[in-house]
Design a protein around this ligand. Sequence first.
Ligand code: HEM
Ligand code: CA
Length: 696
Amino acid sequence: LNNVPVVLTVHNLADTIRELINEAANEVNMQRNMVMMENQMKMSPQTMRQETHQSTPSNMMYTFLRRSEDMMIEGAFGKAAEIAITATSKIEKRLKRPATSTDIVPLFHKFIEPYCPKRHIVCNPLEKYRTADGTCNNLNNPVWGTAITPQPRFLPPNYGDSQNLGHIPRILSVTGDPLPSPRLISNNVHGSGVNHPRSQKYTVALTHFGQFIDHDVISTPILIDEGLDQMVCCNGDQPVNRPECFPFFTPPGEFKHTCMEFVRSEAAPTTGCGPGPRHQMNQRTSYLDLSQVYGNNIKAMRELRTLHGGEMQEGAGGLLPDGPPDLDCVEGQVCFRAGDHRHSDAPTLNVIHVLFLREHNRIARGLQKINPHWGDEKIYQETKKILDGMYQHIIYNEYLPAILGEEIVTKFGIRSTARGYNNVYDPKVDGSTRNVFAAAVFRIGHTQIESFVGFMTPDYAHGAQTPVVEEFFNTRLIRGHNSMYGVDGIARWMCTHFQGAPDSFITHAVRDRLFETEPGNGFDLPALNMQRARDHGIPSYNKWREFCGLKPALHFGVAPMGLIDHDPRSAKALQLSYSHPNDIDIFPGGLSEIPMPGSLLGPTFQCLFSLQFLNFKVGDRFYYENDFKHTGFTPGQLNTIKQQRLSSLFMRNMQMSRMQHNAFVSPLSGPQRHGHEMFPPLDLNFWREIVIHKKK
Ligand code: HEM
Ligand SMILES: [Ca+2]
C-alpha cells in the first residue's frame, strides 16, 4: 500500500509541487550558507591563499579538475541542479511516482524557474562561423554541445541511493555488499610493476594528440568547498564524511595514507532545470572546434587574441602566452594560458598546443598577405575555420584509424572521403560528449602514457629523457631546461619514441605516483577513473556490453557465456577483484578486453568510441566535409585541407627538417623520414578574394 501513487486534484498538485520545490531551494540554500559560514570562521584569507598555491598532489588535482569558466555562472548552475534533484526526491517521496511523469514536468519547470539560471540565446541561421561557446550549432536545439551543460547519457544512471537520484554514488555490489576498493582492482588489473611495456608501432604523439582532443570535448569540474574553493576529503587515514566527498581506502603500506582523496563532480541541471537524477557538467564545447586552443566563451576567446591581423597571442619563443603565476602550473613558475586550463598537465601535451597556436598565426599571416583588405575579425574567423577543418581531418583520417583500426573506420563511415564533399550532418543527432565516454571510454589514453619525457637533436640523435612524474604541470622543459628540451626537441622525440603499450597495464608513473611531490603521496589514476564512473552512476561493464549488442559475462571464465573477450590473465584479475560479473566497472572491464584485429581497443570500447566520434561528426553542423553554402568550404579549399596531415603541421611549425608521413607511426618501426618537399603546403590561394574596384 505504501507505493500506491497519491492522487491529487490539478490545483493540489500544483500547490504541492510549488511547496516542495521551495522547500528544496531553502534546504540547499541553508546548507550552502552554513558551510560558507563555517569555512569563513575556520580560515583567514591569507591562510587560504597560501594553502592553495603550494604544489601538493591535491592542489595539482584541483588545478586539473577546477571550475575553469566563470566561477559564479558554474556555481549558479550547480546549485540549480542540486535544487532540482532535491525537489525530485521530495516529489517522488510524497507522490510515490516518478517526477518525470507528464503531468508533473510542466509544473516542475514553472515553479523551479526562479531558481534556474537563464540562457539568452538568439541564433542567426545565416552566421558563417561557429560561436565561441557552441550555442546555435544545432539551430533546433541551440544548447546542444554548449559549454556548461550536462553530459547526456547513452544509458540511464545506476546510483547507490534508493531513489537512484545520485545523492549516493554507485557503491553496492549486486550481492548487496560494498563494491571493492578501486585501488584493489587497479592492483589486480592495471599493475605491471615498475616497467610498463612499450608499443612497437605508435608514438608518444598519438597519446597526447588524444589527450589534446579530450581537452577539446570534455572538462568535468568537481564540487568546491563554499568560500574555500578546495575541498578536503581525507584527514590523514580518515575519510571525511560529507556529501561532496567520495574518498576510498588503499591497502596499508602502498601510500603514505590509506585514504585517497576524491571529490565528487559538480552537478548540472538539464535545460530549464527539469526533474530527474544527478548529471555532471561539461565545461567545454563538445564539438571538435579546438576550444582547447581558442576558449569556450567569447570573453576567453578575445583574451587569447592579439586583435590585430587575426592573430593569437604568442609568448616568447613562439610558446603559449604567459598566464597568471601559480594558477595552472607548479609553484614558482610562470604558467601558460590557453583555451583549456590543463595545457601543462604534461610537456608533451603542451607541445601540441604550441603546434596549433603556431599554425594559426602562420595561416593568419598568409591570409593577411593574400587578402590585405580583410580586417582582424575576418582573418581570425577564416583562420580558425581552416584550422578546425584540418584538425577534424587529422582526427578522422589519422587518429581514429590508429585507435579503432582501418577496418572499422571504413566499415562504419568514420573515415573522411579522400576528396570532395561528404554531407553527413543530421540535425536530429546530439553531438554532445556522453558521460560514459568522458568518465571511462576516452580514458583509454591512460594506458598509452609513457614513463618519460625526452628530446632529440635536429638530426634525431637522442638528447636526454626525464621521468614524467617530475614534469606534471611543470613548464620548465617547454621553456628549455639547462639549454635542453624545448618544444622543438620534445616534438622530434614524441614523433619518434614509442608510447606505452595499449594493454591493460598502466605505467607506475600515473598508477602509483600521479602528481606525487614526495614518496607515497601520489594518486592512482586508473583507480580515480573507476571511482569517477561510480560517482557519475555509470552502469557496469555488462550493461555496456548489452548496449553494444554484445553478450554479457555470466561467469568469470573465458569460455562461452563468460568473459569471452578477455584472455585468461585478465579474466583471473577481474575474478580476483569482484564477487559477481555484474559488478565489473566499465574502465577495467573494457580496457582489459583483447584488442580487435588492427585496433587498440576491444569490442566494447570500440563500439562506444566509434559511436561517440560518429556523433561528433554527424551532430556538428560545421563539420568540415559538409557541403553547406554559408558555412562550408569551396571544393578547392576542401581538397587542399584534405591533403594535410599532422606531420605537415609539425614540419611547418617546429624545427624539423625530416619526418615520417604519419606522425603516429614511429620511424623506428619502419616508415622513412622525408624532407619538406614531400609535404604538400596548404594552398591559401583558394582563399584569395578578388576585389573589383569600380572606376568612378
Ligand atoms: C600524462 C598524461 C595524463 C595525465 C597526467 C592525466 C591525468 C588525468 C586526471 C588527473 C584525470 C582526472 C581523474 C578524475 O576523474 O579524478 C584525467 C581525466 C581524463 N583523462 Fe587523462 N591524463 C593524461 C593523459 C590522458 C590521455 C592521453 C587521454 C586520452 C587519450 C586522457 C583522457 C582523459 C579523459 C577523457 C578524462 C576525463 C576528463 C573529464 O571528464 O574532465 N588522459 N586524466
Ligand atoms: Ca570543443
